[in-house]
Design a protein around this ligand. Structure first.
Ligand code: CDP
Ligand code: MG
Length: 137
């Protein structure tokens, strides 16, 4: 069993695709073990994406991630990190395989609808960034 953190990003909540994203995770046999809708401040978005602080897109990305509501969820299952990444598709929707979330629901490299942890180390930082132990059931 493995855990990962996923986010329906502000473009996704604006497009009303929260259920579509969750449906894909559940249909793949993954369990949503924590879930909430929140609005990140700029500082909270910067803290979440601290790994990208030196990248040219950091300021724009954290503006985007704090522009509207997001839905954050902790997900559990066999090989959950890779499964969620496969369901998401490539970072740039133009490179994402048909049938993936980003290919089907997103059009823009930055506004790409969904986040998923990229490693066990990332998941171990990202899940407690949003959820206390008592909120993960
Ligand atoms: O989200 P993912 O792990 O696929 O990509 P990343 O390389 O960790 O980048 C994090 C997020 O930054 C992406 O999902 C995009 O929203 C954004 N990004 C961007 O705006 N411009 C880039 N050249 C690369 C990423
Ligand atoms: Mg990433």
């Amino acid at each position: 069993m493995q855990r990962t953190l996923s986010i329906v990003k502000p473009d996704g909540t604006a497009k009303n695709v929260i259920g579509d994203v969750i449906k894909r995770f559940e249909s793949a046999g993954l369990k949503i073990i924590a879930l909430k809708r929140i609005k990140l401040s700029k500082e909270e978005a910067k803290g979440f994406y601290i790994v990208h602080k030196a990248r040219p897109f950091y300021d724009s990305l954290t503006d985007f991630m704090s522009e509207g509501p997001v839905v954050v969820m902790a997900i559990e299952g066999d090989d959950a990190i890779a499964k969620v990444r496969d369901l998401m598709g490539a970072t740039n929707p133009k490179d994402a395989k048909p049938g993936t979330i980003r290919a089907d629901l997103a059009t823009d490299l930055e506004r790409n609808t969904v986040h998923g942890s990229d490693s066990p180390e990332s998941a171990a930082f990202e899940i407690p960034y949003f959820f206390s132990a008592l909120e993960i059931i």
